[in-house]
Design a protein around this ligand. Sequence first.
Ligand code: MN
Length: 303
Amino acid sequence: MVAEPVRELLSPRRVKLGESSEVRRLLPNLGRRMVGAWCFVDHYGPDDIADEPGMQVPPHPHMGLQTVSWLHEGEVLHRDSTGSLQAIRPRELGLMTSGRAISHSEESPKSHARFLHGAQLWVALPDSHQHADPRFEHHAELPVVTAPGLRATLILGGVDGAASPGTTYTPIVGADLALAQGADVRLPLEPDFEYAVLSMSGEAHVDGVPLLPGSMLYLGCGRSELPLRAESDAGLMLLGGEPFEEELIMWWNFIGRSQGEIEQARSDWMKGSRFGEVVGYDGAPLPAPELPPVPLKPRGRVR
Ligand code: MN
């Protein structure tokens, strides 16, 4: 396979979640399912939720993946079936490893800040750790790398010698890049990784390409550095990793390798077994949708 740098703009798909909130889905995308092991990216907000309940995601299950909650504004209260109850604040890492089975809920606290702005991301677990024990990690203090006009916070993996304490199962990186207006920097990269940059706010040029909030630029492999320039204060997320070569079935909130595994997970959730219980959420768990009438087939990272 030829691994070389590209500049491929990924447009968001607008998806309604619940009655009031809309998110911009960057992965999976029409032409691309994954960037490294990153397999799901939603960007939401900034939403004015002053007179609204804000985020209200009832208990639902996960299998075969990790979830990353990343905020720029606001606060999210996380509960899960391992007994976690954790408030996640801007630039703190909420990392949930589902392994074989977990369930969780996410909500804005009753009394909350006016604006909610963040990203919800999933990382696929490799075959070797697909059935790992479920666990939740909260890291309030994350390593930061700075250069003139750049403050990079490590979410997962490492950049320039600094590494996140978050548990990873494949060679991967996630970093929050806060750029000051006028910044003109080069970020060191791993040539073996593929990368993408998501714009959260502001006006920035990524490898010369102007990137608007809610869009993502896929960069391919084979780069040892990435030029970044900011026209205004800007917030970006760098996502990357070794290309993930295993084929996956992603259906609803599950990642598996066979139709049987997905069917089993769905039926276990609907029976109330295996995925445990989320305590304290004021509302009923989410029912699973119907499976499609056509067989689910494992697919690779590129369409
Ligand atoms: Mn979830």
